[in-house]
Write a protein that binds this ligand. Structure first.
Ligand code: FAD
Length: 550
């Protein structure tokens, strides 16, 4: 395998007003996968696009960072659906011009520790089903009915995606079709749907073992998003060879090839409006960039609460619309470095999900009420074990990441403080929480005690600082049934010249945000110009998958 060049992991070009061109067709706010996909596809259609990213590196939640000789990802642990020539895989191949390669995880890609029991999710539709049957032999009928529901939801997702890209009149025209294709089931809560299949609480818990992938336990989440995630990983998990930062690194050249650029340290202060339509953006340094098309990939709350002038947001009705949505939970991250390789330490290519018991919703409630209660979920991931290139870049070392929920309110008082200078109280709280989370790791892998060289903890205010969020949102908007039924959450806005993309338009996840980028591009250029592009995407072939996991 060819070696990936060591990098400082700072990708994109540093913003300076004198580096800007004067004739951009489109400005994109935010360089997450949603923004980059829109920018790259528009660039492919000959548009000159300028992406403005407030962070020091491009990629949004797909960026990676280095410290003390280690490298960690912040928002990518596994991607599904890239082991064959699926739409997802073809999109990644196309955007990265075949440069992004994928490494499969173990066939048991997720492991659920529920109380004192252990269950695994196994790659492959039939294998997944058979494995569930093996663990719950009396529940064959319920399991098969569940698999049928997953298939049904998969077909409906295309209609849901389409509904997010339509104009108002198209929406009205298409409504009978959309209603037919999107059964009520999609918008019901996950627990209600599953409890009609079985009253076996443990089976429901195993089926919902990935609830952390959307940040809502089964009694609060939408069945559609549950099913979308379950389907996404049905054929196993994959990791980007070279680390998550390779996603942005391999997409940016497409934007530059059309004369566009991805600027970092480029914080947009306001979306400018003149004569009832968009006229560009004003940067934090006061510089104005004129352009009559702006795509906001910075999230719905940022767009309508921070970036758009308050009077415009009010006049367009978005202030009222915001009442129907809420932010997703915030999270803690623990980034761990060890001075031995993943192989030497026996680290798996399997994600661990650790739950106190099978009643996930009650565990969340207990934790919100009492900070000393058990974490309702602790997720542990082993990035260096999943990346066959890691030891080329960081020889003799390995990394582990832990993610767990934490209310934003615990940290809100430090939000205005500068990163690294939040004081002793903050550091003490971080250290306490970090130590608690490390015990979850040692409990499952006791051989690691005494082997950890370095670890650091991130909090919801770190998410705000680095990711430009307002309440440490793990996944943008919360994926409640109410949110998924908000018809105004679409690629088009009521303000001429302003478009939306990213995880808030469709769903969270790298693939969800990437698909939103495709929908936004399609809305902007129209079906006629999009059709040849789609043809090109679907004729690109998946060539670079590593051999299947044993
Ligand atoms: C801990 C964690 C683990 C995850 N694990 C996975 C996983 O394993 N698999 C998976 O598929 N998904 C995972 N996700 C979810 C996934 O990473 C996101 O859903 C997806 O990357 C979101 O993409 P986006 O483009 O919508 O938003 P983002 O990536 O958040 O991009 C938004 C960008 O806008 C920028 N921005 C905001 N305000 C401004 C401004 N005023 N000016 C300029 N720029 C601005 C931000 O800095 C940011 O770069 C995870 C997320 C987290 C947090």
């Amino acid at each position: 395998m060819s070696k990936i060049a060591p990098s400082t992991l700072r990708i994109g070009r540093r913003y300076r007003p004198n580096r800007l061109a004067s004739d951009y067709d489109t400005l994109v706010i935010g360089s997450g996968i949603g923004g980059l996909t829109t920018a790259a596809l528009l660039s492919d259609l000959g548009k000159k696009v300028c992406v403005l990213e407030q962070h020091y590196t491009a990629g949004g939640y797909t960026h990676s960072y280095e410290r003390n000789g280690y490298e960690w990802d912040v928002g990518v642990h596994y991607i599904g659906d890239v082991g064959a020539q699926t739409t997802t895989r073809r999109m990644f191949d196309y955007l990265s011009q075949g440069q992004l390669r994928w490494s499969p995880m173990d066939s048991e890609y997720d492991r659920y520790y529920i109380g004192d029991k252990v269950f695994n999710a196994r790659a492959g539709k039939q294998e997944f089903r058979d494995n569930l049957v093996l663990q719950f032999p009396d529940e064959v009928v319920a399991i098969d009915r569940y698999m049928t529901l997953l298939a049904k939801t998969g077909k409906a997702m295309a209609a849901f995606g389409m509904s997010r890209a339509l104009s108002n009149w198209q929406y009205v025209l298409m409504w009978p079709y959309l209603r037919l294709k999107m059964p009520r089931l999609l918008f019901r809560n996950t627990y209600d749907v599953l409890s009609e299949l079985t009253d076996n609480k443990e089976l429901i818990a195993v089926i919902c073992g990935q609830w952390g992938d959307m940040g809502l336990p089964p009694k609060r989440s939408t069945f559609m998003v549950h099913a979308m995630i379950a389907r996404h990983y049905l054929h196993g998990g994959f990791y980007p060879v070279g680390g998550a930062w390779r996603i942005a690194d391999t997409i940016i050249p497409k934007i530059q090839a059309s004369g566009g650029e991805v600027f970092t340290y480029a914080c947009v202060e306001e979306i400018s409006v003149s004569g009832g339509k968009v006229s560009g953006v004003t940067m934090k340094d006061g510089h104005h960039i004129a352009c009559d098309r702006v795509v906001s990939a910075a999230g719905i709350s940022n767009t309508f609460q921070k970036l758009l002038p308050a009077t415009t947001a009010e006049q367009c009705g978005y202030r009222d619309d915001l009442q129907g949505i809420e932010p997703s939970y915030a999270h803690l991250g623990v980034y761990i470095g060890l001075k031995e390789t993943a192989q030497d330490l026996g680290l798996p290519r399997t994600n661990f999900w650790i739950y106190p018991d099978s009643d996930y919703d009650s565990a969340v409630e207990r934790f919100i009420e009492d900070e000393n209660a058990a974490f309702p979920v602790v997720y542990i991931s082993f990035p260096s074990a999943k990346d066959p290139d890691y030891n080329n870049r960081h020889p003799g070392t390995s990394t582990i990441e832990i993610v767990a929920p934490a209310p934003y309110q615990w940290f809100a008082k430090w939000n205005e403080e500068v990163w690294g200078k939040r004081g002793e109280d903050y550091e003490t709280l971080k250290a306490e929480l970090g130590d608690r989370l490390m015990e979850y790791l040692y409990d499952k892998l006791p051989q690691l005690r005494g082997k950890v060289d370095y670890f650091e903890v991130s909090t919801p205010v770190s998410t705000n600082w680095f990711g430009g969020y307002q309440q440490g949102e793990l996944y943008g908007l919360s994926h409640t049934p109410e949110r998924m039924q908000q018809r105004w959450l679409r690629t088009r806005t009521r303000l001429p010249g302003l478009w939306l993309t990213g995880q808030d338009v469709l769903t969270c996840g790298v693939t969800g945000a990437m698909m939103a980028g495709m929908l936004t591009t399609s809305s902007i250029v129209g079906a006629f110009k999009m059709a040849p592009l789609m043809k090109r995407i679907f004729s690109s072939s998946a060539r670079k998958t590593l051999p299947a996991a044993s």
